[in-house]
Design a protein. Structure first.
Length: 431
């Protein structure tokens, strides 16, 4: 590494340690690198602008954000919750199961763990705490854990970011996330059932069977959103970006026309919030693109490829080592930074060792999502704390069993690549 790159990394880590936004840290450290190398100071801005505006796929990110925010508004979330309570709320630990299943369904609409936790998660936490059914810490912990499913089942904003840096098909990445997302939901429900039986959580009053058809009809249009999204992409009718636009339009149609639950003022607020969130993500992407230019300038991908070729190590062992490293980094860094800055460093080595990049991408994103609930940085924990007032101490005390369940699911995905690649291969993926 050159002295300029060492100083660049030092500035990045120092600013991050001081609490500066990671996007700002990447941009400032990149400017320091360019100055030390005597390059044109306009180079970072040029890389940012070209990277963002020349990439059609990035447009999917704000569109998915708009769709998620619209679905969080009005009565759409409540209708989905009513349907899920009717289906799984009657079992032991019923509202915990409702929490996980609602996240599985909402995952097909939001693509964001934070949107899931702040939106439908807040509603379920309030339901679980009513009448002292569940402790506040337990309700918050299972909500945080289930929200990690949001970016795994398509649509997925992190998968769009990974596709950007790895040049892999968004469609195949989306397909690769379906089975892992279901596995994550299954292990969380098993853990919830075990804890509920041990602690003797009381059974909920079952919803009469005669009401289920009505609740299903109310929720059916919202349940069709992920179906429309996937049929559009895999039926060859839309690109992933066009599918994101279709999802946003469909969400708006449901809220305004079908459910009549969205006023013009509420829509204006949604667009304003979505613009802020999209800008925030866009700056992170821009910072990552600038930093990736520096990594390429230092020829680090070639060095990593040569390093991997010289290693006497199996692809499985390499994958396990990288995932341990990502889990450790996930305690300190946010998912966007890992996907845009850290993960691209390992892609040349994966190619050298013959590791499938769709499998690697899905596994790495699952890993990054687990990092969202891992202390001390776990951003989803902070989000739930902000929207519910439940203390971090209570959440962290209850999060460990669910964290263990998700780590078991991650290990299964690493050891058995077909869990990720089966569906993509069914649709023509040659990997």
């Amino acid at each position: 590494m050159t002295l300029a790159f060492i100083v660049c990394l030092g500035v990045l880590l120092a600013l991050a340690a001081l609490g500066a936004p990671i996007a700002l840290s990447m941009i400032v450290s990149s400017i320091v690198y360019v100055a030390m190398r005597g390059q044109d100071m306009a180079l970072p801005a040029e890389q940012l602008i070209q990277g963002i505006y020349d990439s059609y796929v990035i447009l999917a990110v704000p569109l998915f954000i708009v769709a998620a925010n619209i679905m969080n508004a009005g009565t759409v979330s409540e209708r989905l919750l009513g349907f899920v309570v009717a289906i799984v709320g009657r079992f032991r630990g019923g509202l915990g199961h409702v929490n996980v299943v609602a996240s599985l369904i909402f995952a097909g609409m939001s693509g964001s763990a934070v949107a899931d936790a702040a939106g439908i998660g807040k509603l379920i936490i309030n339901m679980m705490r009513e009448g002292g059914r569940y402790t506040a810490g337990y309700a918050a912990a299972i909500t945080a854990a289930s929200s990690t499913i949001g970016p795994i089942i398509p649509p997925s904003i992190p998968m769009v970011l990974y596709a950007l840096v790895s040049d892999q098909s968004i469609g195949y990445l989306f397909l690769g996330g379906i089975v892992p997302g279901l596995i994550m939901g299954a292990v969380l429900m098993l853990m919830n059932a075990r804890i509920s039986a041990r602690r003797g959580f009381k059974l909920e009053e079952p919803v009469p069977v005669r009401q289920i058809p009505r609740l299903t009809v109310n929720a059916f249009p919202a349940l069709m959103m992920p179906v429309i999204l996937l049929v559009g992409i895999y039926g060859g009718m839309t690109t992933p970006t066009e599918a994101a636009a279709l999802a946003a339009l469909y969400a708006l149609f449901l809220s305004v026309v079908f459910y009549r639950a969205l006023s013009f003022r509420a829509f204006w607020d949604i667009m304003r919030v979505s613009a802020r969130q999209s800008a925030s993500v866009g700056v992170v992407i821009g910072g990552g693109l600038i930093f990736n230019y520096i990594v390429a300038s230092e020829n680090i991908p070639a060095h990593m490829r040569a390093f991997a070729g010289a290693l006497d190590i199996s692809p499985l062992m390499f994958l396990l080592m990288i995932n341990v490293l990502l889990l450790l980094l996930g305690c300190l860094l946010d998912a966007s930074t890992l996907i845009l800055v850290i993960i691209p460093l390992f892609l040349p080595a994966c190619r050298e060792l013959g590791i499938d990049l769709v499998h690697f991408g899905v596994v790495a994103i699952v890993n990054c999502m687990i990092g969202l609930i891992t202390p001390p940085y776990g951003i989803v924990l902070f989000v739930i704390n902000a929207v519910t007032g439940i203390s971090l101490r209570e959440m962290i005390r209850e999060i460990w069993p669910f964290l263990g369940a998700l780590l078991a699911a991650l290990l299964a995905l690493i050891l058995f690549p077909d869990l990720v690649l089966w569906l993509p291969r069914m649709f023509g993926y040659a990997g």
